[in-house]
Design a protein around this ligand. Structure first.
Ligand code: G3P
Length: 217
C-alpha cells in the first residue's frame, strides 16, 4: 500500500520523505489555508521536495472551462503535479479532458461507489473517497472502499483507490485488508503507526540488559 501525506506543511513532508515511508502528497484548499502559504509557491516547493512522487493540487473553479484553465496552470508547475478535481459533472468532464492529455488526476470528495464508477469511466488516476467524513455522518466509510474495490475489480478499471479523510490507524489497517491502493494520511497518524507499547518496553529491557553485560560494539 502506498502512503501519501495529506498536508501542505513542508516540514512534515521533509520529515516523512527522510524516513523513507512517503509515496506522495495530497493538498486541498483547507490545508493551504492552514499552511498560511501562497498556493502556487508551496505546490512548487512540495514538488521539488519529492521529485517523481505525485503531488495533488486542487482546482477551485466550479465550471469546466475554469477547471481546465486552472488545471493547465497547475500542471505547468512541475511534472509530478496531479490535478485534483471535485466529483461534480464539470469535474468529471475536466477529468476526462486531462486523462486524454495524459495528465494525472485525483477526483476528490467522493462519497458513493457510483461516483467512484463515474471517475473511473473518465479515466481518473486516483479516486478519493473520504472515509472519516463518511463515518462522521453515520455511514460506514470502509464499506464504501469495499464496494469501490469490488466494482473496479469487476471491470478492470486502473483508477487507484486513494483512501482519504483518514483519521486513525484502524482506517489504514482496514484499507490494507481491502486492498486499497493508497491511503492519504495526516503526518501525525503516519507517525502513530511506528508506535507499540511492547516495542517500547522490549527495547527498554534489551538496553538495560546490554548495559549489564558491560560490553561495547
Ligand atoms: O484531502 C482530503 C481529505 O483527506 C480531508 O480529510 O480530515 O478534512 O476530512 P478531513
Amino acid at each position: 500500500m502506498k502512503f501519501f501525506v495529506d498536508t501542505a506543511d513542508t516540514k512534515e513532508i521533509k520529515e516523512l520523505r527522510d524516513l523513507g515511508v512517503l509515496d506522495g502528497v495530497t493538498t486541498n484548499p483547507s490545508l493551504i489555508l492552514k499552511s498560511g502559504r501562497d498556493f502556487l509557491e508551496v505546490v512548487k516547493e512540495i514538488c521539488d521536495l519529492v521529485p517523481g512522487l505525485p503531488v495533488s493540487a486542487e482546482v477551485v473553479a466550479m465550471d469546466y472551462n475554469g477547471m481546465v484553465q486552472q488545471g493547465e496552470k497547475l500542471s505547468k508547475i512541475a511534472k509530478n503535479v496531479v490535478i485534483k478535481l471535485p466529483l461534480t459533472e464539470d469535474g468529471i468532464k475536466a477529468c476526462k479532458y486531462f486523462s486524454e492529455k495524459g495528465i494525472k488526476t485525483n477526483v476528490t470528495l467522493c462519497f458513493s461507489a457510483l461516483q467512484a464508477l463515474l471517475a473511473a469511466k473518465a479515466g481518473a488516476t486516483y479516486i478519493s473517497p473520504f472515509v472519516g467524513r463518511h463515518d462522521d455522518v453515520g455511514f460506514d466509510g470502509m464499506a464504501l472502499i469495499r464496494d469501490i474495490k469490488i466494482i473496479y475489480s469487476n471491470y478492470g478499471y486502473k483508477t487507484e483507490i486513494l483512501v482519504a479523510s483518514v483519521r486513525h490507524p484502524i482506517h489504514i489497517l482496514e484499507a490494507g485488508r481491502i486492498g486499497a491502493d493508497v491511503c492519504t494520511v495526516p503526518a501525525s497518524t503516519i507517525k502513530q503507526l511506528f508506535k507499540h507499547p511492547l516495542t517500547e518496553n522490549g527495547l527498554k529491557k534489551f538496553l538495560e540488559d546490554w548495559e549489564k553485560t558491560g560490553q561495547k560494539i
